[in-house]
Write a protein that binds this ligand. Structure first.
Ligand SMILES: NC(=O)c1ccc[n+]([C@@H]2O[C@H](COP(=O)([O-])OP(=O)(O)OC[C@H]3O[C@@H](n4cnc5c(N)ncnc54)[C@H](OP(=O)(O)O)[C@@H]3O)[C@@H](O)[C@H]2O)c1
Length: 279
């Protein structure tokens, strides 16, 4: 049995589906009840209380560990989850980390994530670490304004990064959970090309078959909007990357191709599959 945390999110949904289709028994974990693919068991649990995961992890052979953005800030100790996994007999853990651990190693959330990676390496378990850059699904921030006004409003319209389709992260996670060859792998995951917010708006328009206008926000306007749904520090951090990506953050990584034997999917592909959110 494989335990998937974050199971109802952008990565967890396709990962749960892929593992179920591969014939694996899957336990899907999230805090809220949710529909899961046929044959998958859903368990309500909160990762902020690792002791509560004990019955979920017992007898599992592998764990996909995804911490929601605010888990470190909540003062939880996610390394305890790895400890519970080891006690429960789990053999392998695949950790969803972030590219920033390597490209911007300072700042509390990345220092905490690096510490979690280290705890996993030292746990005695088999492990793999995934370090994705920005997600294509962040474009869902624009869904409401595209639906209501056919507008994408974003800062740094002409500054791109090679954003990754969460379904590709899920495919890499499935490979790491199922295939021994990825034990000890640290994979940096990006999409196939640098794409700007203006380019993303064009791809959404093309998927919709209707025009979408791009409206460039100032950094301050974007910060004010983002601070409504995330800590101000995280908004500043995200804006630093979006406005001034480093050479390492602009690089297209070969790792999706290496693991999956195919190129990562372009943003246009994600937009076509998720067009209903913008309609
Ligand atoms: N977005 C980016 O550009 C980016 C880049 C690099 C790394 N990341 C990392 O990617 C992760 C987000 O992945 P995603 O987009 O797939 O997530 P998502 O779509 O936001 O979904 C989060 C999932 O985690 C569950 N969850 C949240 N808090 C939980 C808790 N305390 N206990 C148990 N389950 C919990 C949610 O369900 P419930 O709400 O029902 O619990 C949901 O299933 C974060 O760790 C983020 O740091 C994101």
């Amino acid at each position: 049995m494989i335990v998937v945390t974050g199971a109802t999110g952008n990565i967890g949904r396709p990962l749960t589906q892929a593992l179920a289709e591969a014939g694996e028994q899957v336990t899907a974990v999230s805090r809220h009840a949710a529909a899961v693919p046929d044959g998958v068991r859903h368990v309500v649990a909160d990762l902020a209380r690792p002791a509560g995961l004990k019955p979920v992890l017992e007898g599992a052979k592998a764990l996909f560990l995804l911490l929601s953005g605010d888990l470190h800030a909540a003062g939880a100790n996610p390394a305890e989850i790895i400890g519970e996994a080891a006690v429960g007999g789990v053999r392998r853990v695949v950790l969803l980390s972030t590219q920033g651990v390597a490209t911007r190693p300072f700042g509390p959330t990345r220092i905490a994530m690096r510490a979690l990676e280290d705890a996993l390496r030292e746990s005695g378990l088999e492990w793999a670490v995934l370090r994705p850059g920005g997600f294509a699904s962040n474009a869902l921030w624009w869904a409401e304004s595209v639906r209501a006004h056919q507008v994408v409003a974003a800062p740094f319209g002409d500054v791109g990064v090679p954003i990754i389709d969460p379904a590709d992260i899920a495919a890499v996670a499935a490979a790491c959970l199922l295939d021994d060859r990825h034990t000890g792998g640290v994979y940096e995951l990006t999409g196939p090309e640098v794409i700007t917010p203006r380019g993303q708006a064009e791809a959404i328009a093309s998927a919709l078959g209707t025009p979408v206008r791009f409206h460039e926000l100032t950094r301050d306007e974007a910060r004010a909007a983002m601070a409504r749904s995330m800590p101000a520090e995280l908004a500043d951090d995200t804006l630093d990357i979006l406005g001034s990506p480093s050479p390492a953050e602009l690089r297209v990584s070969p790792d999706v191709q290496r693991v999956l034997g195919r190129a990562p999917r372009p943003f246009a592909d994600w937009a076509a599959r998720n067009v209903a959110a913008f309609r």
